[in-house]
Write a protein that binds this ligand. Structure first.
Ligand code: AMP
Length: 307
């Protein structure tokens, strides 16, 4: 089942209590595509970079089976740049700098060969661009998942609200859920957000796992207690990639299967945070992924018999 991924392909500079990086490769679409490549092989990216972006990383994506026909390369322009600093808890961060560069004038074009995609992952990007991609598809995908962040809520809330009307699943973190809904309780926030359009909501809580809501039910997936967390950047995107990749692989978009999918998403996020940038998501084996998922199963499996 083919998967279309939209999002940033970018440079990041990251500071954590354990170290600091210069410009390294990041971007929502990079993490999503890498994470989903362990589940499905037909992955198509729509994004934009400047002529400063390393071809080496594009070759890495291609090596993972990712199609880059829809990645525009703008000559004489600079790639999107984001810089952030994590607090000591590694769960919260401050954005130090966001330079839109090529993103400021980005006009996404969905290549003809990407039409008929079954799964659409609208990764973190300006809501108008997410919407433009959706409107270029001749057939509505089986499932549309959208990820966004506080930055877009701050500067493009009306456009985001409009985009939310047409999607199936929204993935955001707990503080973004509170910002979007104006509710502190995540249960109340979820019900308000589900009334905005999405049928399913995932609230990511970093090292405290993730919650999956529909109008009637709630399900919880833990995060793996890891000995070393070096860099949480991209954890949310890797989660989204694992989530939608698993759904595309199993071709089952029921709520029951989404419960499994958030475990696969959490497993991919747990790899990402173990190294800086995208490094840990490159060259994993199927066995690595299976073993990691088994660790999640072992973590939460218990026997209780109520008589
Ligand atoms: P995550 O840690 O999963 O929330 O995503 C981190 C990635 O999001 C980084 O690699 C950034 O390049 C990218 N990013 C940061 N800010 C934005 C933004 N405003 N729009 C799109 N992507 C962003």
């Amino acid at each position: 089942m083919s998967l279309l991924v939209v999002g940033t392909v970018a440079f990041d500079a990251i500071e954590t209590p354990f170290g600091k990086t210069d410009k390294i490769v990041g971007g929502a679409a990079s993490y999503i595509a890498l994470a989903s490549s362990y589940f499905t092989k037909e992955i198509n990216i729509v994004s934009v970079v400047g002529d400063d972006f390393p071809t080496e990383f594009m070759n890495t994506l291609k090596g993972q089976g990712v199609n880059l026909e829809g990645l525009q390369i703008k000559q004489g322009e600079k790639s999107f740049f984001w810089s952030g600093r994590y607090h000591n808890d590694m769960n919260s961060r401050d954005t130090l700098d966001t330079q839109l560069n090529v993103l400021a004038e980005f006009d996404p074009i969905v290549p003809e060969s990407y039409q008929n995609c079954d799964f659409l992952m609208l990764g973190n990007l300006m809501p108008t661009v997410q919407q433009k991609v959706l409107s270029q598809l001749s057939k509505r995908p089986k499932l549309i998942v959208l990820d966004t962040m506080n930055f877009w809520m701050d500067i493009a809330m009306p456009e985001l609200m409009e985009t939310l009307k047409g999607i199936d699943v929204l993935t955001i973190n707990d503080s973004e859920a509170r910002q979007l809904s104006g509710e502190y309780s995540l249960v109340k926030a979820a019900q308000k957000i589900l009334a905005m359009g999405p049928k399913v909501l995932v609230i990511k809580k970093g090292e405290h796992g993730a919650l999956l809501f529909n109008k009637e039910e709630v399900f919880f997936a833990p995060a793996l207690p890891l000995e070393d967390v070096f860099d949480p950047t991209g954890a949310g995107d890797s989660f989204a990639g694992g989530f939608i990749g698993y759904l595309a692989k199993t071709k089952d978009i029921s709520f029951e299967n989404m419960k499994r999918a958030i475990i696969f998403g959490s497993a991919m996020a747990s790899f990402t945070v173990e190294k800086f940038g995208t490094e840990r998501l490159i060259g994993l084996s199927q066995k690595d992924v299976d073993n990691r998922v088994q660790e999640f199963v072992d973590l939460v499996q218990f026997d209780i018999s109520l008589v």
